[in-house]
Ligand binder design. Structure first.
Ligand code: FES
Length: 201
């Protein structure tokens, strides 16, 4: 029989889950500079993140709403605190692992839940650049969005493969690509094969 999965959450996770910070309660009156939505409510996982950015390119406020699990709620709550006062360039580079570290760790099988906030934040920053009519200097050169629903790029897929994702489902776990409409599945699988061939020959 498989070993039972351990559900051990740190006190920080429990606190942020029980008292989530910066939840957006009145979307209609919130005047954000950038908004990102990833996931799909029909699939039970959706995240919206909205940011305010001052003239210096510093995030002054961050609000969010989700229909996600406890780990997604705690991860996004702490992320929304961490990004305030950060330059958009620095916020763009926050990874799910950084978020998990801020929470004092997440159970291994729940780390992928923190991907939701991270992707919504980057979508909000992309939207901020678009609204301002500014070139997006942060979006890494030659990176292509492969999964539109979850804002997953080819580079992220390659990194996930390098970190050990060798099957489509492992890749979905790590990046959340293909977890909504599934239209990107063929493209994701072909990249999985390409990167596996490149990095594991
Ligand atoms: S494009 Fe919809 S799940 Fe990837």
């Amino acid at each position: 029989m498989d070993k039972p999965v351990e559900w051990v959450y740190t006190d920080i996770v429990k606190d942020h889950f029980a008292n989530p910070r910066n939840v957006l309660s009145d979307e209609a009156s919130y005047k954000e500079d950038g908004k990102g939505i990833v996931g799909n409510i029909k699939c039970g996982d959706q995240m919206m993140m909205a940011i305010k950015v001052d003239k210096r390119g510093i995030i002054t406020d961050c609000k969010w709403k989700t229909f996600g699990c406890a780990s997604a709620i705690a991860s996004t709550s702490i992320l929304s605190e961490k990004v305030k006062g950060m330059k958009v360039e620095d916020a763009y580079n926050i990874s799910p692992k950084d978020i998990a570290a801020e929470l004092g760790g997440l159970p291994e099988h729940k780390i992928h839940c923190s991907v939701l906030g991270d992707k919504a934040l980057r979508a909000a920053i992309d939207d901020y650049y678009k609204r301002k009519g500014m070139p997006n200097k942060i979006k890494r050169n030659n990176e292509q969005i492969i999964c539109q629903c979850m804002n997953v790029t080819d580079k992220e897929i390659e990194n996930a493969v390098k970190e050990g994702a060798r099957t489509y489902s492992a890749l979905q776990e790590k990046t959340k690509s293909g977890t909504v409409c599934g239209k990107c599945k063929d493209r994701v699988i072909s990249l999985l094969e390409e990167y596996s061939g490149r990095h594991y020959k």
